[in-house]
Design a protein around this ligand. Structure first.
Ligand SMILES: Cc1cc2nc3c(=O)[nH]c(=O)nc-3n(C[C@H](O)[C@H](O)[C@H](O)COP(=O)(O)OP(=O)(O)OC[C@H]3O[C@@H](n4cnc5c(N)ncnc54)[C@H](O)[C@@H]3O)c2cc1C
Ligand code: FES
Ligand code: FES
Length: 436
């Protein structure tokens, strides 16, 4: 199965995965819905992370899940990466397995033999391993509303804390906590879940037991220290095992102290994310820079980036890392930035692609290109098409962004020679010009 391809295509590009056949399930509309009813929130496996972030039910009823989703990669990755794909990929440092375990999610799975549900606690087996059988497809995840155990006698507090070396990187350590208290402030139940510090996301029963029956926050340091008992971190190029253990304790303490109420996530209101996209397949063509292009008979293994560069000669789309990290290959898919190195050309049927060639001409630059030129936002220009297209998407959604918003959106695009100050200044200047 291929979902968003944000992990699988990268593995294929690196020749670490060599499937004989791929089945793209992203166009199956039944897998692409979010339902909110008395049972809770049901999320189709093919809902993208960006779509989930735009959903009111997730923002309001599952703020912990929303906070976890917000930490995944960059805008480009979340525009394609799916909720189900991240869960099945089961990266030990990924955010969604941690959130799913903390929220007692239920995985809905189908095969030719029928349908079954698997509790999150029984789903993750180890690094990149789950209890899914090879012939099973994850079709959705069921979550109970976080407030469902809240009444006039009980209330709920939650936290989500992550340490990563750069914005968008996988977590060095990540922690989710939920604490249920009664009217006397006594903890009646708790969840402490950690990621990046074992072969899979783990619940710390030692930390949970240290909290249950206590009042106030005096037990927080002891509970945070107790979380060390349930983890088994490894030393790797990113961090030593000792450092990860220390961070697990620090983040657990911070997460417990943050004690957020179940309410719409404060950042949710920025309304900067897209609606669910309907995939119009069966046309045999795609629109590239306003021109219809046939994809009939295309080699199925042809990456979108290679098709654009080598077949359509749109060489403004650059290739750097070919596994989704650098952003040089950024194009707009239905107006939203994506990595063209992590998609196959065959997957863009019925969609609309915009490359840098559609923006301006040498005689009349696009205002963003002009701002990059006049504010010295480029030197070699290798990263520039990706930067400009990412900035164009940002300004179309948020015409007057703050410097922090620009830095965050551009965090998925790496520049090797200009440095980021001039690039950020260029985008601010283009925004100012647009406002005028
Ligand atoms: C630069 C970069 C940064 C990233 N940063 C993060 C990060 O900080 N945190 C994080 O969590 N992730 C991160 N990711 C990974 C990202 O979240 C992926 O989207 C996710 O891991 C996989 O989701 P996908 O939809 O792309 O799945 P795919 O890559 O398409 O599939 C992943 C695996 O799951 C299987 N699969 C997918 N869907 C199903 C299904 N419904 N049923 C059965 N099997 C299925 C596929 O066969 C494949 O083996 C990053 C990726 C990149 C490229
Ligand atoms: S992200 Fe696609 S080439 Fe680097
Ligand atoms: S301008 Fe050279 S890599 Fe960014």
């Amino acid at each position: 199965m291929i979902a968003g391809g944000q992990s699988l295509t990268a593995l294929m590009n690196l020749r670490l995965a060599r499937p004989d056949h791929l089945i793209d399930v992203t166009g199956v509309s039944d897998l692409h819905r979010i339902a909110d009813d008395a049972q809770g929130v049901r999320i189709g496996a093919m809902v993208t992370q960006a779509e989930a972030l735009a959903d009111v039910a997730i923002g309001a009823e599952l703020p912990l899940l929303w906070a976890a989703m917000r930490q995944i990669g960059h805008t480009h990755i979340r525009n394609r990466g799916t909720v189900g794909g991240s869960i099945v990929h089961a990266d030990p440092a990924a955010e969604l397995p941690v959130a799913a375990l903390a929220l007692d999610a239920e995985m809905v799975v189908v095969s030719a033999a029928g349908r079954r549900t698997i509790q999150a606690a029984d789903f993750f087996d180890g690094p990149f391993m789950t209890s899914l059988a090879p012939n099973e497809l994850l079709v959705g995840l069921n979550f109970k509303d976080m407030g469902s155990r809240r009444d006039e006698d009980h209330y709920v507090e939650w936290g989500f804390e992550e340490l990563s070396r750069r914005r968008g990187d996988f977590a060095t350590a990540v922690v989710a906590t939920i604490v249920w208290r009664d009217i006397d402030d006594q903890v009646t139940d708790a969840r402490v879940v950690l990621g990046g510090v074992a072969g899979k996301a783990v619940r710390s029963s030692a930390a949970e037991q240290a909290l249950i029956g206590t009042s106030g926050s005096d037990a927080h340091p002891a509970a945070a220290a107790a979380s060390r008992a349930d983890i088994s971190p490894k030393t790797d190029v990113h961090a030593t095992a000792d450092y990860r253990s220390d961070m697990a304790e620090v983040l657990t303490l911070r997460s417990l102290r943050s004690a957020n109420p179940v309410a719409p996530h404060p950042e949710f209101t920025d309304a900067s994310h897209p609606e669910l996209v309907t995939v119009a397949a069966g046309t045999g063509s795609t629109i590239v820079n306003n021109e219809t292009r046939s994809i009939e008979g295309i080699d199925h293994r042809r990456l979108l980036a290679d098709w654009l560069r080598e077949d359509l000669r749109l060489t403004g789309t650059h290739l750097g890392c070919e596994h989704g990290v650098c952003g040089a290959c950024t194009v707009l898919l239905d107006g939203r930035p994506v990595r063209s190195c992590l998609m196959f050309a065959a997957q863009v049927e019925g969609r609309e692609i915009t490359t840098i060639e559609a923006l301006g001409t040498p005689q009349k630059l696009h205002p963003l290109q002009e701002a990059f030129r006049s504010h010295h936002g480029l030197q070699c220009g290798f990263c520039t098409p990706g930067m400009v297209l990412t900035a164009r998407d940002l300004l179309s959604r948020i015409p007057n962004p703050t410097e922090q918003q620009i830095r965050e959106e551009l965090s998925g695009n790496i520049c090797r020679c200009t440095g980021y100050t001039k690039i950020v200044e260029s985008v601010l200047a283009a925004a100012d010009e647009g406002q005028r």
